[in-house]
Write a protein that binds this ligand. Structure first.
Ligand code: 3PG
Length: 211
């Protein structure tokens, strides 16, 4: 479980977070990300459309590794597995969710935003964690501060990350990748430009990291 989750985080320096509005848009987002070199992506599970879209994406892009994000209830785990998710992520963890994640057949990247939360997950065997919400919870300084007391934990900071902030996180010994949606966001007042998404994805793919 821990090894599989770590291997996922090491596939690409950035794990894009897709929010699904409609299937056609999600297909174009995923195509642009893959073309830009980011095949490991997380689809935020919010509502039925997200699950249906995941089924379509998984079929359309067998070369991609598409996970289900924003898991907050145990019931969502089976739904995500049925939809073809390759991995699962959560913004945080509850005792029930930890038990279900331990039993899950898929790699699970659980969310933590404090030393205590990270330690509780470590006790249950997790080594690859999301640091969420990364910027609001303390940013790169906070993640760096966890490396001393918790040297065997590796983080994927997510939440409020952009290209510049990604560089700071990826310079840390205990960060393998970052998550974010900055490469997918249209400029204010504009519709999404998929050529721009691909360009930003390619820049993100080129980010150096220590892991
Ligand atoms: C989210 O909160 O939806 C994801 O973690 C992505 O965060 P971001 O949109 O701030 O990159």
């Amino acid at each position: 479980q821990a090894e599989a989750a770590l291997a996922l985080m090491r596939r690409a320096p950035v794990m894009p977070v897709l929010t699904v509005a409609d299937v056609a848009d999600a297909l174009e987002q995923a195509a642009a990300l893959i073309a830009g070199g980011l095949p490991v992506m997380e689809v935020t599970l919010s509502g039925r459309v997200a699950l249906k879209t995941m089924v379509v994406l998984v079929k359309a892009f067998p070369e991609a590794i598409i996970g289900a994000g924003a898991i907050i209830e145990t019931e969502q785990i089976d739904a995500a597995i049925d939809a073809g998710a390759a991995f699962l992520t959560s913004p945080g963890m509850t005792p029930r969710l930890i038990e279900a994640a331990v039993r899950s057949p898929l790699p699970f990247l659980p969310g933590a935003s404090s030393a205590s939360e990270a330690m509780a997950l470590r006790e249950r065997g997790f080594r690859a964690l999301k640091f969420f919400p990364a910027e609001a919870a303390g940013g790169a300084n906070y993640v760096a501060s966890l490396a001393g007391p918790l040297p065997d934990l590796i983080f994927c900071p997510t939440g409020g990350v952009d290209m510049d902030k990604a560089k700071n996180y990826l310079a840390l010994d205990n960060v393998a990748c970052v998550g974010g949606s900055w490469m997918l966001a249209p400029a204010p007042g504009e519709t999404r430009d998929f050529a721009c998404v691909e360009k930003l994805a390619r820049e993100a793919f080129g980010l150096a990291r220590r892991h």
